[in-house]
Design a protein around this ligand. Sequence first.
Ligand code: OGA
Ligand code: NI
Length: 351
Amino acid sequence: MAEPVPIPKQELASKLVQEIAKKGDEIPEKYLHKNGFPEAIEAPDLWRNNLLIDFSLLSSSASELEKLRSALSEWGCFQVINHGIESSFLEELIEVSKQFFALPLEEKLKCSAADDIFQGYGNDMVYAGDQTVNWNDRLFLTLYPDDKRQLQFWPTKPDKFRGMIDEYSKKLATIVEAIYKAMARSLNLDEDCFLKHQGKRGPITGRFSLYPRCPCPESVLGVKPHSDGTTMTFLLPEKEVDGLQVLKDDCWYKVPDIPGALFVNFGDLGEVMTNGEFKSVMHRVVTNAAKDRISVAAFCTPADEKEIGAVSELVGIHQPQMYKRFNIHDFRRMFFESYAQGRRTIDALKL
Ligand code: OGA
Ligand code: NI
């Protein structure tokens, strides 16, 4: 299996989408989906009802728990409101992320990692072959636990950025824990069942993405269709700039902007952990010609030393184990190769 290789620093500048977009030349072939891609539909009622979870009700309301269970079983995603993080804080986090990407190239390159594809400023590596490439640049940072942070890649500008990332990480870690517990309760399991599987120190990695405006949105994707290599992902999208879409039953749905909400989706490791009970949702990001778009994704994965597999409570005579057991290191290698080639890792893990 090919190992992912980071892009050498000296080559990075010419590969950054922001730099390509700035030049305004024709878009290089490798970004073009020549046959286009299917349109998405809007379903505002769905996102305001079945797929909208009120975090503040999860500890007291059986019907809210049932809504959570059904959203994750049928869709693998939802939006969450009343999670305790102020909208003004979330808007400011998007704003400082935007300011980071607006810094001069040399300043941003200080945050790039020479030999780690999971840290720092840059964009996703390309495997040998002719895959279509995503139209985005990103800053990857381990956010949690604190002692796994690699601060040498954390921006020092804008001034507020580090402090805000720190605060966001702490707030998120609390929400993540509460959601794992609610998920377990929604399936009538011991509330620590998923937390134990993740380990208290299950890392959270932040991905701050910039999707520059694109002159050719009908054939360029910000992110190709994929499912995440996570247990669960929290996404903060920029308001009023569409982009994220999810797939269900062969139909793409636009994810609408809901004030103050975070978008939460299940990933492949979550589907494996729940033995297929909760779904890892396919999603993609489209581009637009009018506006740059920023998003902040937080990827939750199990602690490194954990073996990954279905929790025993969800395996039985009526629910045979659906996926292999594996360790996170093997998974990561498989994931990034499949991701680049537009395949789903979870399909290769089926028993
Ligand atoms: C991802 C992703 C969505 C977005 O980074 O895995 O799906 O809106 N991002 O940035
Ligand atoms: Ni994703």
